[in-house]
Design a protein around this ligand. Structure first.
Ligand SMILES: Nc1nc2c(ncn2[C@@H]2O[C@H](COP(=O)(O)OP(=O)(O)OP(=O)(O)O)[C@@H](O)[C@H]2O)c(=O)[nH]1
Length: 232
């Protein structure tokens, strides 16, 4: 990585209005914020590099004057978005990831806060190769949960420790979490953060992701508010 500063326990990096110590030896590098304008508004974007080679991105909402928008009750909105190359980049309709990413950015731009994009979370942590193998099993009849198990892999292999370190690095210890998945809140709580509320990330279902959403709702505890189309 270039244009990064090495993390140092003694070093501090600035957020407007506060200084936050870096104390995590696993966190090797963090970039200065750069402004990324989007259809939802502008975000201050940083890259985070960890000792295991993981690289993630944080995007903090900026107001019209270019300063971060913080929540009114000092608990910003946060979304932890797990990488989904097929959904986020290619707009696949098999899942809800692409629309959830955009809706998450929209919510955070509106309320203030940060979206953390977790790049080693592809396929609920099993990676791209295994996710596409799981898709083939789903095409043969299995649902999204059983397909992972059939491969001998966990239903959900994601680890949120690095996400927690990033939030702490940004000075966030109490937050409103934008998700339909209570397991994400539980994981952050286990890391010592306080999740004040779960804010739904609601998207319009399409026929192609109806079974996927129904499985997340019925077998994976997701708070899916929209009813998948009948008969699927
Ligand atoms: N193994 C597997 N992973 C999938 C499948 N469809 C999507 N994914 C992955 O599931 C993850 C979904 O991430 P998120 O949208 O952040 O999380 P979530 O658990 O759906 O919870 P929300 O916060 O409500 O969106 C991504 O890593 C996708 O790559 C699938 O059929 N099988």
């Amino acid at each position: 990585m270039t244009d990064t500063r090495r993390a140092d326990p003694e070093e501090f990096f600035p957020e407007p209005g506060r200084l936050v110590p870096r104390t995590d030896p696993e966190l090797l590098a963090v970039t200065d914020p750069v402004t990324v304008p989007t259809q939802h508004g502008s975000f201050a974007v940083r890259a985070w590099g960890f000792a295991d080679g993981s690289e993630h991105l944080s995007a903090t909402a900026l107001g019209p004057d270019g300063t971060p928008v913080l929540g009114s009750d000092e608990a910003p909105y946060v979304r932890l978005h797990s990488e989904c190359l097929t959904g986020d980049v290619f707009g696949s309709r098999r899942c809800d990831c692409g629309p959830q990413l955009q809706e998450g950015l929209r919510i955070i731009a509106r309320h203030g806060g940060t979206l953390v994009y977790l790049r080693q979370h592809e396929g609920r942590g099993i990676g791209l190769v295994n996710k596409l193998r799981a898709y083939a099993l789903q095409d043969a009849g299995l649902d999204t949960l059983d397909a992972n198990l059939e491969l001998g892999l966990p239903a959900d292999a994601r680890d949120y420790r690095q996400a927690a370190r990033i939030l702490e690095g940004l000075g966030i210890t109490t937050l409103h979490l934008v998700t339909n998945n209570p397991a994400k809140a539980e994981a952050l709580e286990q890391q010592g953060l306080t999740v004040r509320t779960l804010e739904p990330d609601v998207i319009e279902p399409v026929p192609e992701n109806a079974r996927y959403l129904a499985t997340k709702r019925d077998r994976m505890r997701h708070r899916i508010l929209l009813q998948p189309p009948a008969g699927t």
